[in-house]
Design a protein around this ligand. Structure first.
Ligand code: PRX
Length: 635
């Protein structure tokens, strides 16, 4: 019996039980039957959940790109691997076959090697959603270089800190990018970032918008002439199962972003398996995930998961609102998309527009629709299910994280009955548990707790780049021996999970994971600001938006509040990116603090939400009188 594909609910339970009773047999069989290995593993899994030391398929040798491309060539060489849909609908879309992708990736891989990039070197990729982003990423993996894709909406200082943290030797970028009716000057952002980096030796530049840009002599080169001269004959690097495949930064509740490290074999097995089952992928499907490759969703379900299964994957450069709000629906119709995977924030924004935008496009090609990135509220769930899925496509609400590599809790299309707002059941191999405040496992259903996973799965991130202690502290110490997700969840009477949201100081704004501490740090740099506290509050479209409570120094210089608000947001844009700007800023005379000096964010959160009913126990506050002042002046 094959474990790779689950066909019905009974089989799901069978596979799930097998995966818990005999995880080694379960994953070993999946790995053996569905991938090409240079050498078999010694042990399927070895782990210590106290030391946060996890290894899958030890001693195995493999190359993930050989599995994504080369092994499909005999059967699927002329099949489309990537459909590129440009920002502007009047520009032609591109169909890149597996043969062509192979050639392009091999050429790029040869260029990287020629430029001195070796196995284990880090390469920062800062590109818009164009085919070169996929090609560069795969080329790194082919030669064993560790890619660090940075979302092209991040600011120069965010790019610099990511480059420096992982000491990237090279940056691959473009002259710019299109986004709706705007262009973004990516190269000048890279130039500014590189003023703060000494590790980068080469910058390769893709021409996309034909703008005049500065090219630094001896450092920057246009990519096209190199590609024209490159050979397409490339031997892939033989990688150890546990060699790092990529680093992807995610916000933490404190301090600098965490460079999550994913390794080769486990990530490969897990993304391929979850893609196949969650979306019920079949050979001639056209899969479209609207995320950016700069986020984990794009890594796992635009690139690796689909390509590992020999699928056709859509890369869309633009935004849902350009040239108008029918863009997504038009693309589904045009390319006959069968699986459509997007974020609740996009659904909410599109649901607000005239329903005719959706109705004028037949969406009959769709078989499965998916949601990811934040809880999907009931209204958005129904709108998506009714108007996009036509009440006939299963809606898979997929819960997972940058750290988990792939989907952990989700309905499997055509297998798991869906329930609005519930991510439903854990996938095989995922031993989900809820923990109470006393750190005991909650056995009963119909309860809320902190969501943990008590056994490793192949796709789990192995460490934080350069800081294993932080990895251990963040994920394995709150509930010793278990992986703590940072999310709260409710389990219903049949064991379905509903994710209730973050239980730490991370706020999810339009599907972007934002730690409040780094935002506070950037605001506090303003000469007029004494202190700040940032919390999330519910927002119709973004899911959550940010509310900043700010105290000022007593210098009296900054009387014009409007200017101050602009300057504060500019600082945030410069340090992190425009996505982290505050929707509301309230200047307060002080922040509610406990005797030990901790800001009581719980109260600020309630005020920001407009919930003045009860502030709970405030006895530990040194300044309880401040609550009324803050409440009365809420913006
Ligand atoms: O809080 C959960 C939320 O997004 C967090 C992970 O964010 P990130 O690492 O950026 O990865 C996003 C894409 C996988 C989680 O801790 N989240 C993600 N998916 C869902 C979700 N919350 C509720 N329902 C989901 N389906």
């Amino acid at each position: 019996m094959s474990y790779y594909k689950i066909d019905n609910l009974e089989q799901y339970f069978k596979h799930y039980n097998k995966s818990v009773r005999e995880p080694r047999k379960f994953w070993g069989k999946i790995a053996q039957e569905n991938f090409t290995w240079y050498q078999q593993w010694d042990k399927v899994v070895e782990f210590d959940m106290i030391e946060a030391d996890i290894k899958w398929f030890t001693e195995a040798k493999v190359n993930i790109v050989k599995n994504c491309i080369d092994r499909h060539l005999a059967k699927r060489g002329e099949k489309t691997a990537i459909i590129f849909e440009p920002n502007d609908p009047s520009e032609q879309s591109l169909h890149i076959t597996y043969n062509e992708l192979h050639e392009k990736v091999c050429k790029m891989a040869n260029i990287l090697r020629d430029q001195g990039i070796k196995k284990g070197d880090r390469v920062c990729i800062y590109l818009p959603m164009i085919p070169e982003l996929a090609i560069a990423t795969l080329a790194c993996a082919r030669i064993g270089a560790i890619h660090s894709v940075v979302f092209a909406g991040f600011s120069a200082s965010a790019v610099a800190s990511r480059i420096n943290d992982s000491e990237c030797k090279m940056v691959i970028t473009s002259d710019g990018g299109y986004r709706g009716n705007k262009t973004i000057d990516l190269k000048s952002i890279v130039d500014e970032a590189l003023d703060k980096c000494t590790c980068v030796e080469n910058v390769l530049v893709v021409k996309r918008i034909n703008s005049e840009i500065y090219m630094k002599e001896g450092r920057d080169q246009w990519l096209q002439p190199l590609l024209d001269a490159a050979s397409d004959n490339n031997v892939a690097e033989i990688m150890d199962a546990e060699d790092p495949l990529f680093i992807l930064y995610t916000s933490g509740s404190t301090g600098k972003p965490k460079g999550m490290v994913h390794t080769t074999a486990g990530y490969m097995v897990y993304t391929a398996y979850t893609f196949k089952n969650v979306f019920s992928y079949e050979e001639n499907d056209i899969f479209w995930c609207t995320a950016d490759i700069g986020w984990i969703t794009g890594h796992s379900y635009i690139l690796y998961g689909p390509l590992l299964n020999g699928a056709t994957t859509v890369i869309f450069e633009g935004v849902p609102s350009y040239p108008d709000f029918s863009r997504f629906w038009e693309i589904i119709e045009k390319h006959k998309v069968t699986q459509f995977y997007t974020a609740p924030t996009a659904i909410r924004a599109l649901a607000k527009e005239n329903i005719e935008y959706v109705q004028k496009h037949p969406l009959s090609s769709l078989k499965v629709i998916g949601s990811v990135g934040e809880p999907i509220n009931e209204e958005a769930w129904h709108w998506y299910n009714d108007h996009v899925g036509g009440k006939r496509c299963p809606l898979v609400d997929t819960w997972w994280q940058t750290e988990t590599g792939g989907i952990l809790i989700s309905p499997l299309a055509f297998v798991t009955p869906t329930k609005p707002t519930y991510a439903s059941l854990p996938l095989p191999g995922i031993q989900a548990v809820l923990m109470d405040e006393k750190r005991n496992e909650i056995e009963a259903n119909q309860t809320i707790g902190s969501l943990c996973i008590k056994f490793p799965w192949p796709g789990i991130a192995r460490t934080i780049w350069g800081d294993h202690q932080r990895y251990k502290d963040t994920y394995f110490s709150t509930f010793p021996g278990k992986y703590f997700t940072g999310d709260g969840a409710l389990r219903d009477e049949v064991g379905y999970y509903r994710i209730t949201g973050r239980v730490d100081d991370v706020v999810i704004v339009s599907g972007h994971n934002l730690g409040t501490a780094p935002i506070e740090d950037s605001i506090n740099e303003h000469p007029a600001v004494a202190e700040s506290a940032i919390v999330g509050f519910p927002h119709d479209i973004k899911g959550n938006a940010l509310y900043g409570f700010v105290t000022l120094k007593e210098t009296g210089e900054y009387r014009v509040r409007e200017n101050l608000i602009k300057e504060i947001n500019q600082l945030i844009s410069d340090h992190i990116g425009p996505i982290a700007k505050l929707d509301k800023i309230q200047f307060v005379s002080s922040l509610p603090k406990t005797r030990s000096g901790k800001i009581m964010r719980r109260i600020l959160r309630k005020i920001a939400e407009g919930d003045f009913d009860s502030f709970g126990d405030t006895s530990t506050l040194i300044n309880p009188e401040i609550i009324d002042e803050i409440k009365d002046n809420k913006v």
